[in-house]
Design a protein around this ligand. Structure first.
Ligand code: GLY
Length: 316
């Protein structure tokens, strides 16, 4: 046993939550992202490609000024800069990513251009911005009055304390399987509010914030990126599914790995994972209660309250 946490026993039952395992399907972190999964579902239900679906889904919170942890309206770093991270993967295992990019409303679409139009996987900072501008993206001010006011208030004490389950949303990670059983994933965020300027989280790192393998399935994360970066969480989830685990068991393994390694930090930090597999099954799990996710499958866009490691401990 690590630290003061008790580890729960794995139950034999498989947590299927009544899903019908039909195709297409799309899963995303956080309930408020029902609009994102609806945008993705529109693409999928019309026979479109999973890659187009996850991009369309990720663009919804990126453009929403009320979402303070993704894109436009995202809370800034401690110097007042809104810096964005995003990544995307397609069914061929191709990947694109941007980190520490500023003044671009849709980093997910820039990540896709990196994947499709450059010999690289990842562009960062000014280079990513210059590439976006050269591709026709517009320079935009992403710091809203609400985010600026919150930052001004934060500066009074200047305490860096990432909050668990920020207003029941955070980074969006979204994974889809289309009618032709092609798998794609995307992840986009403004990262931790009031981070040190230059900080990059898990979201743009292939295998940390998101990972898909067309033979297996896909996974994405939300929460404190440092914990996911140190464990390459989404890659771990996909590899567990490759070894035969149900997506629910795979996400539980990834959360347990984090708690085993960083028990003290986990007392005040949240991480959640979502996953789907090639059979159309899904899973979601977090360190703390309060994480939820959306699954659009069989024509229904449903929000699920995630089980969590700590509620499991409390209930024992
Ligand atoms: N998971 C988002 C971040 O830590 O930046």
């Amino acid at each position: 046993m690590a630290g003061s946490f008790k580890f729960w026993k794995e139950s034999a039952d498989i947590f299927d939550q009544g899903a019908k395992h039909s195709f297409p399907l799309v899963i995303a972190t956080w309930g408020p992202n029902v609009k994102a999964t609806a945008a993705a579902w529109k693409v999928l239900s019309e026979g479109g490609r999973a890659l187009d679906a996850v991009e369309a889904g990720a663009m919804v919170p990126e453009a929403d000024p009320r979402d303070t942890s993704v894109g436009y309206g995202g809370f800034p770093d401690r110097d007042g800069h809104v810096t964005l991270d995003a990544c995307i993967m397609d069914e061929f295992g191709m990947a694109g990513s941007v980190s520490y990019i500023e003044n671009i409303m849709h980093p997910i679409s820039v990540a896709r251009r990196v994947m499709e139009k450059t010999p690289h996987v990842m562009l960062s900072g000014k280079g990513a911005y210059d590439f976006a501008i050269s591709e026709g993206f517009k320079h935009e001010d992403l710091l809203t009055e609400t985010a600026k006011d919150a930052w001004e208030k934060w500066k009074i004490k200047s305490e860096y304390k990432p909050i668990i389950n920020v207003e029941r949303h955070d980074t969006i990670g979204i994974v889809a399987i289309d009618k032709q059983h092609r798998i794609a994933g995307a992840c986009t965020t403004s990262g931790a509010a009031y981070k040190i300027n230059g900080r990059v989280g898990d979201s743009p790192i292939i295998g940390a914030g998101m990972y898909v393998d067309n033979e297996v399935g896909g996974a994405a994360s939300t929460g404190l990126g440092e914990l996911v970066l140190r464990t390459l969480g989404s890659f771990l989830v996909v590899e567990e599914m490759r070894r035969g685990k149900h997506p629910q068991k795979a996400v539980e393994t990834a959360v347990k790995r984090i708690v085993q390694k960083f028990p003290e930090q986990c007392k005040t930090a949240q991480v959640g994972f979502v996953a789907i597999d090639k059979k159309g099954r899904h899973g979601g799990y977090a360190i703390h209660p309060g994480f939820n996710y959306v699954l659009y499958q069989d024509g229904e866009n449903k929000v699920y309250e995630s089980k969590s490691f700590l509620s499991k401990v409390k209930n024992q």
